[in-house]
Design a protein around this ligand. Structure first.
Ligand code: IPE
Ligand code: IPE
Ligand code: MG
Length: 237
């Protein structure tokens, strides 16, 4: 553990709940239930190892394409977690925040989100960001439109960065995706320009603290050049 570089901001695309359930001849919703338990463990572990921001991709703007029953189940699960398990987690210094177009969500989901955000707003240990009805393209369009509303006729990089849903949150250092899919699926498109990407075949309900640590170990080995020259070359100059 000693030489691990802990990323300041980790984003996770928690994928594979449906396939996990199918493998055990269960309905997809069982996978979501197990997935929520795993998320809770990973949040707890993130606070233990000193991650400062954790963004969990929980519902994408494209997930509305799923059967109505599944979508409704997910919303019920979010409310249940926000009202119970996450309440416990925020008592340990976690600040709950949300990223996405919340106004399109059912009223009771919006209410639970606002409540927990308000209760935890002064916490400083970990910013836990739930990406809910989130789409990276929509976020960029929204930012550009905000800049135009503020009188801009030509958009700069800062105009986008400063008008994102959560402009104070630094770009993710590491993005993890489970389930073997090698894509971003509209997650943090603007912010991921220089993120380190880590893909694992593990399905989200099977993901453990140890798998998380493996991802961080791999991140520790990466040389982040940001378009410059490597740190080794710098040392030899
Ligand atoms: C991720 O698991 C959870 C959400 C998108 C809400 P999936 O439900 O996408 O699981 P698979 O990809 O179908 O296995
Ligand atoms: C991405 O997973 C969205 C979330 C994890 C919330 P999807 O399962 O929706 O992504 P695709 O459809 O496989 O790209
Ligand atoms: Mg999926």
């Amino acid at each position: 553990m000693t030489n691990l570089k802990i990323p300041s901001h980790i984003g996770i695309i928690m994928d594979g709940n449906g396939r996990w359930a199918k493998m055990q001849n269960k309905k997809r919703i069982f996978g979501h239930e197990k997935g929520a338990e795993v998320a809770e463990k990973i949040i707890q572990y993130s606070t233990d190892i000193g991650v400062r921001y954790l963004t969990l991709y929980s519902f994408s703007t494209e997930n509305w394409k799923r059967p109505k029953d599944e979508v409704n189940f997910l919303f019920k699960l979010f409310i249940k977690y926000l009202e119970t398990r996450l309440r416990k987690i925020i008592s340990k210094g976690v600040k709950m925040r949300f990223s996405g177009n919340l106004s399109e969500l059912p009223q009771d989901v919006q209410k639970s989100c606002k409540k927990i955000q308000e209760i935890s707003k002064d916490n400083k240990k970990l910013d836990l960001i739930m990406a809910l009805n989130y789409g990276g393209r929509q976020e960029i369009i929204n930012a550009a439109n905000n800049a135009i509303k503020n009188g801009k006729s030509e958009i700069t990089e800062d105009d986008i960065s400063l008008n994102l849903y959560l402009p104070d949150v630094p770009d993710p250092d590491l993005i993890i995706r489970t389930s073997g899919e090698i894509r971003l699926s509209n997650f943090l498109l603007w912010q991921s320009a220089y993120s380190e990407l880590y893909f694992t075949k593990k399905l989200w309900p099977d993901f453990t603290e140890n798998d998380y640590l493996e991802a961080i170990k791999e991140y520790t080995k990466r040389d982040r050049r940001f378009g410059g020259i490597g740190s080794d070359e710098n040392a030899n100059r």
